[in-house]
Design a protein around this ligand. Structure first.
Ligand code: RB5
Length: 152
């Protein structure tokens, strides 16, 4: 559970830029420390660049968690998940945000600005931060994913 001050890397493409800015402000207001990996405008860019940048910050433990936004949350999560040690989850609501932490121990949360409204995204992000990995049978499954990375 992340109720204290957390370091969070944020990144988005042009489609996710506005929602990324809004969520970063929300996180700052809550007292969290933000590492902004860009982008900085609505000018068209490629989402893999930003998914990779956020993923690398998380994997190197420069930050505790990552937040990514693109149009759907899908492309940028696929990119972030290519970084070893990253478990990025494309989340659509409070329930998927909670389960991403409890079952998947997700360390990067991804939103689609064309899919989710800003208030739902804020609530989902808050729930993600307030939830903890449940362990138990889920630990084994996370380990199986880590094994795939070792054997790559
Ligand atoms: C950009 O138009 C869009 O393709 C991108 O933001 C994202 O939705 C990809 O998955």
């Amino acid at each position: 559970m992340y109720t204290l001050r957390v370091r969070i890397a944020v990144g988005a493409d042009h489609a996710g830029y506005r929602l990324k800015e809004l969520l970063a402000s929300h996180l700052r207001e809550l007292g969290h420390e933000i590492e902004d990996c860009g982008t900085d405008s609505e000018e068209s860019v490629d989402y893999p660049v930003y998914g990779k940048a956020v993923g690398e910050k998380v994997a190197s433990k420069d930050v505790d968690l990552g937040l990514c936004v693109c149009g759907t949350g899908i492309g940028i999560s696929i990119a972030a998940n290519k970084v070893i040690g990253v478990r990025a989850a494309a989340v659509h609501d409070v329930t998927s945000a909670r389960l991403a932490r409890e079952h998947n121990n997700a360390n990067v949360i991804c939103f689609g600005s064309r899919i989710i409204g800003p208030e739902v995204a804020k609530d989902a992000l808050d729930r993600f931060l307030a939830s903890a990995f449940a362990g138990g049978r889920h630990e084994r499954r996370i380990d199986e994913i880590a094994e795939m990375e070792i054997n790559r």
